[in-house]
Design a protein around this ligand. Structure first.
Ligand SMILES: [Cu+2]
Length: 142
């Protein structure tokens, strides 16, 4: 008897995962995230001063569910194409969260050339659909 229930149980456990995957929220049409600093092509000595700009939406701390808000994320040497947009963004050195609602930060990056991209995501660290992402910029740290 219990064996007959297994496929049903398996199907039921899949439902929440599917619901989550489909649960990306549309951003306002004019939503835009962009770098105020650094500038594309900039060469920087020492810590990088990151200033993140946002239009058409508001910044709220992670976990705070208010319509048309979210928090900033920085992708370092990765782009949106490398991210599973249906999942919560992992917390790594290459995928940084500013869950306190920060719009500025100081980054210590190793010397060399790096690409940066901003990805604005919702209170669950899940992307909007379509994603609210900045241009990819390239900087050189000396
Ligand atoms: Cu986050």
């Amino acid at each position: 008897m219990w064996k007959a229930l297994l496929p049903l149980l398996a199907a039921l456990t899949l439902i929440p995962a599917l619901a989550m995957a489909a649960d990306r929220v549309a951003p306002p049409e004019d939503a835009k995230v962009y770098f105020i600093s650094p500038a594309d092509g900039e060469t920087i000595e020492g810590p990088v001063t990151l200033r993140m700009g946002l239009r058409g939406m508001g910044v709220a701390p992670a976990g705070v569910d208010v319509d048309n808000t979210g928090h900033h994320h920085l992708l370092i040497n990765k782009t949106v194409a490398d991210i599973d947009l249906d999942a919560s963004l992992p917390f790594t050195d290459a995928t940084r969260h500013f869950g306190g609602g920060q719009t500025e930060a100081s980054l210590d990056l190793p010397a060399g050339t790096h690409t940066l991209q901003l990805l604005f995501m919702d209170y669950r660290h899940i992307s909007f659909d379509p994603p609210v992402a900045s241009d990819v910029i390239t900087i050189t740290v000396e």
